[in-house]
Design a protein around this ligand. Structure first.
Ligand code: NAD
Length: 433
C-alpha cells in the first residue's frame, strides 16, 4: 500500500505586522483622550473638545503664468476658540489633507494653552507644490485663498501665520488682501509679517529661540552641558536652520542637518551659517563641502545628545523609535512622533519635549506681534526675547510639575495641562444657548 506522501505544510499566511495608525487627526484625538482620561472629563465635554469647531473647504482658481486656470483646494480649520481667537499657520504642501489641517489646528489649541496665551487653535492649508510655482502664481493663489476664507478670519476671529513653505512675504499678501477688502489697514489679521509692515522684532527666529529656551531647561534636568552637546536637526527651514544657528552660538556642536533632499553629516561639527549659504546656492544642504551625505532616516538614528525634528509629521514611528540614540528630542516640528513611538522613547528614558511645548515660541511671539498691532506700540527685540524666555521657561516648569504630579512623560503632561485649561474655560463659559 502506497503511503500517501505527507502533505507539505501549508505556507504560513504572510503576516504583515500591525501597522500603526499614521492619520494625524486620529493621533491628535488619541493624545487628547489620554489627557481627558487623567482629568476625568465628562463625556459631553470630551466630545466638545475633541471636535473642530469649524471647518471650511474652498476651491481656489488661479491663473497660472502660462495663461491656464488651475483650481487648488484649500482649508481653514478652527478647532477651538474657548480661550480667544483661533490662531495658527498656513501650510502650502502637495500632501496637505483635511485631516492633517484638523490635527494641526487641534495641536494649536493645546499649544496656546500650554504656554497660556489667550488664543484658541486654528490652521490652514492649500494643496499645492510651491516649489513648482512662480512667485506671481503664489501671490495670486494666496490672495484668492484669503478672499475665500475671509468671512471667518480677522484680528478678533482667527489670525493666520507662517507654516511650511509660507513666509513673511506670504503674510504681507494676506494682510494686504484682507485690508483692501475691509477698507483699512488691519495689521492684526495675520502675524509673522515683515517688520516693515507691523511684524514683530524677533518673530522670524521665535520658534527656534523658544525651542532653545526649553532645550536649555531640559539639559539642566538631564545634566547635559549645552556647550559641546551634539545636535542633529531634520529640516533646514525657518525652525531648523535658525535652531542650528542659535545652538551653535551656545557652543553646541551641530553634527547633522537635512532637508527634503537628504542630509549632511560631519561628526566634528557643521557651521550652520555656511550650511545656509550653501543651501541658498545649491537649493539643498546635500553635498555641502566638508560633510558626508546621509539620509533623513540615518540622521534620526544618529548617536547625539539632542535630536531636533524640524520638518513634517510622523518621522519617529514604531519603525525607528527603538533605534533612536538621542538623549533629548526637541520637537520643533508639529506631530513628528507617533503615540507608539512615544511609548518606546519613554521606556528608553529619552526626554521628549513635545511639539505643543517645544515649538510654542512661534505662537508666543505671534501673540506679542498681535498685541503690539492692537496697541499700535512696538517693542525692541530684546524686550520680545526676554518675554519669550519667561513664557517658555514658565511653560517648561508647568509641564515638568504636571509630569511629576501624574507620573507621566512630558507629552502627556503638556496635554493634561493644556486640556485642563481649555476644559476650565469651556466650563465657566457654559454651553450656548
Ligand atoms: P519651512 O518651510 O521653513 O522649512 C521646512 C523644512 O523642512 C525645509 O528645509 C524642507 O526642505 C524640509 N523638509 C520638507 N520635507 C521634508 C522631508 N520629507 N524630510 C526632511 N526634511 C523635509 O517650514 P518651518 O516653518 O520651518 O516648519 C517646519 C516645522 O516646524 C513644521 O512641522 C511646522 O509646522 C513647525 N512649526 C513652524 C513654526 C513657524 O513659526 N514657522 C512654528 C511652530 C511649528
Amino acid at each position: 500500500m502506497a503511503i500517501a506522501a505527507k502533505a507539505a505544510p501549508a505556507p504560513l499566511p504572510r503576516m504583515t505586522p500591525p501597522r500603526e495608525d499614521l492619520n494625524p487627526f486620529r493621533i491628535a484625538q488619541y493624545q487628547f483622550d489620554v489627557a481627558a482620561e487623567y482629568l476625568k472629563l465628562d463625556a459631553g465635554l470630551r466630545q466638545v473638545l475633541r471636535t473642530p469647531k469649524r471647518v471650511m473647504e474652498v476651491s481656489i482658481p488661479v491663473k497660472m503664468d502660462n495663461g491656464q486656470v488651475k483650481v487648488f483646494t484649500g482649508y481653514r480649520v478652527q478647532h477651538n476658540i474657548a480661550r480667544g481667537p483661533a490662531k495658527g499657520g498656513i501650510r502650502y504642501h502637495p500632501n496637505v489633507t483635511l485631516d492633517e489641517v484638523k490635527a494641526l489646528a487641534a495641536w494649536m489649541t493645546w499649544k496656546t494653552a500650554t504656554v497660556n496665551v489667550p488664543f484658541g487653535g486654528g490652521k490652514g492649508g492649500v494643496v499645492c507644490d510651491p516649489k513648482r510655482m512662480s512667485k506671481t502664481e503664489l501671490e495670486r493663489l494666496t490672495r484668492r485663498y484669503i478672499s475665500e476664507i475671509l468671512p471667518i478670519i480677522g484680528p478678533d476671529r482667527d489670525i493666520p501665520a507662517p507654516d511650511v513653505y509660507t513666509d513673511a512675504q506670504t503674510m504681507a499678501w494676506i494682510m494686504d488682501t484682507y485690508s483692501m477688502t475691509v477698507g483699512y489697514s488691519a495689521l492684526g489679521v495675520v502675524t509673522g509679517k515683515p517688520v516693515s509692515l507691523g511684524g514683530s522684532e524677533g518673530r522670524n527666529e521665535a520658534t527656534a529661540r523658544g525651542c532653545l529656551y526649553v532645550i536649555e531647561e531640559a539639559c539642566q534636568l538631564k545634566k547635559i552641558p549645552l556647550r559641546g552637546a551634539t545636535v542633529a536637526i531634520q529640516g533646514f527651514g525657518n525652525a531648523g536652520s535658525i535652531a542650528a544657528q542659535l545652538l551653535a552660538a551656545r557652543r553646541a556642536k551641530i553634527v547633522a542637518v537635512s532637508d527634503s533632499r537628504g542630509g549632511a553629516y560631519n561628526p566634528r561639527g557643521i557651521d550652520p551659517t555656511r550650511a545656509l549659504r550653501y543651501k541658498e546656492r545649491a537649493g539643498t544642504v546635500v553635498g555641502m563641502p566638508g560633510t558626508s551625505r546621509i539620509s533623513n532616516d540615518e540622521l534620526l538614528t544618529l548617536k547625539c545628545d539632542i535630536l531636533i525634528p524640524a520638518a513634517l509629521e510622523n518621522c519617529i514611528t514604531l519603525d525607528n523609535a527603538d533605534l533612536i540614540r538621542a538623549k533629548i528630542i526637541a520637537e520643533a516640528a508639529n506631530g513628528p512622533t507617533t503615540p507608539r513611538a512615544d511609548e518606546i522613547l519613554a521606556r528608553k528614558n529619552i526626554l521628549v519635549l513635545p511639539d505643543i511645548l517645544a515649538n510654542a515660541g512661534g505662537v508666543t511671539v505671534s501673540y506679542f506681534e498681535w498685541a503690539q498691532n492692537l496697541q499700535g506700540y512696538f517693542w525692541q527685540e530684546d524686550e520680545v526675547n526676554r518675554r519669550l524666555e519667561f513664557v517658555m521657561k514658565r511653560a517648561f516648569h508647568d509641564v515638568y510639575q504636571t509630569a511629576r504630579k501624574y507620573h507621566v512623560h512630558f507629552r502627556t503632561a503638556a496635554y493634561i495641562l493644556a486640556v485642563g485649561r481649555v476644559a476650565e474655560a469651556t466650563t465657566v463659559r457654559g454651553l450656548f444657548p
